[in-house]
Design a binder for this molecule. Structure first.
Ligand code: NAI
Ligand code: 15L
Length: 275
């Protein structure tokens, strides 16, 4: 992260939702240089504040009044909270669809002008792995979860056009300590590259609503980020160092969704509630 160390701390108070989650725990540490105060929020329990640079505020994103309070006094929002896998629609609705609406409404009412939205590759998960796409490709959501992220991106676009609130929607591939399977050799996003992308998204001028794919500098990328080149995102990591251990895993069948679709197994999740 040496290339993104700020000369001055750019923000007074940043809000991070989803702070108890896998990525939230990482970002709690890595966003620290960029803000005097990091307000951390989740519906689940979070570790106590470690000093005056942290504020802890439990909040259910589906509660409009609580989200309104949560957003008061922040300069920008890093919105990572919500259901992060495929679930029945009703579970996705409150946390992801209403939740993201509440974030934008609160941003509008409190005058917050920049949001980073944790979108997902599942917005375009029905593209095949032999197709290369950029941010102008039509959406092909692969799940209720992917639909909720697609809607979140549309919400971001609307709130920019209508109210001038700028958003960078990061279509995150697979952000984990290591790629866990062959598909993730293409979709992997290291934590340092994720942090760089968030920093660029928060500080680049005039982003309007920008969609950017969140992947490291992997050998076999399916995503072209040239349309978002003005963000200055330049990934430093690659999945190549994990290739031998990943390719030692048994080879899935050629027609296995994890080998065919960009969204992998999400394309065949559900249906729910037939019984
Ligand atoms: P996670 O599931 O570990 O974290 C999500 C957090 O959101 C959890 O701590 C959960 O308690 C919280 N949450 C759920 N419902 C809530 C509600 N109603 N109100 C408030 N908080 C609520 O997921 P992870 O991996 O940390 O992902 C973070 C974000 O990034 C999610 O929005 C996810 O969809 C997105 N993302 C993550 C990817 C990854 O590879 N880790 C890939 C693509 C997108
Ligand atoms: C996501 O959107 C999920 O939040 C994460 O848990 C992974 O499944 C990731 O996509 C992926 O596609 O690998």
């Amino acid at each position: 992260m040496t290339n993104t160390t700020p000369a001055q701390t750019p923000f007074n108070r940043l809000l991070l939702t989803g702070a108890a989650g896998g990525l939230g725990k990482v970002l709690r540490e890595t966003l620290r240089p960029y803000t005097h105060i990091l307000r951390l929020s989740d519906i689940s329990e979070m570790a106590p504040a470690t000093g005056s640079h942290e504020e802890i505020q439990t909040c259910d994103l589906s509660d409009k009044a609580a989200v309104h309070q949560l957003v008061e006094g922040v300069d920008a929002i890093v919105h990572f909270g919500g259901v992060s896998v495929e679930r029945p629609f009703e579970e996705i609705l409150g946390a992801n669809i209403s939740g993201t609406f509440h974030i934008y409404e609160a941003a509008r009412r409190h005058g917050v002008k920049r949001v980073i939205f944790a979108s997902s590759n599942h917005v375009i998960g029905f593209y095949r792995q032999d197709e290369k796409i950029d941010a102008s490709a039509a959406k092909r959501p692969d799940s209720y979860y992917g639909l909720s992220k697609s809607y979140g991106e549309d919400m971001a676009s609307f709130y920019f056009d209508r109210y001038g609130i700028e958003t960078v929607s990061i279509r995150i591939g697979s952000s984990f300590p290591e790629p866990q399977n062959r598909r993730m050799m293409s979709t992997w996003l290291s934590y340092d590259d994720l942090t760089q992308l968030i920093y660029r998204g928060l500080t680049a001028p005039n982003v309007g609503h920008t969609v950017v794919y969140g992947a490291s500098d992997n050998r076999d990328l399916w995503w072209d980020n040239r349309l978002a080149s003005y963000l200055g995102y330049s990934p430093k990591d690659t999945s190549e160092g994990f290739r031998a251990q990943v390719e030692a895993q048994p080879m899935p069948a050629a027609n296995d969704p994890t080998m065919v679709y960009q969204g992998g197994a999400f394309v065949e999740a559900g249906p729910f509630g037939d019984d």
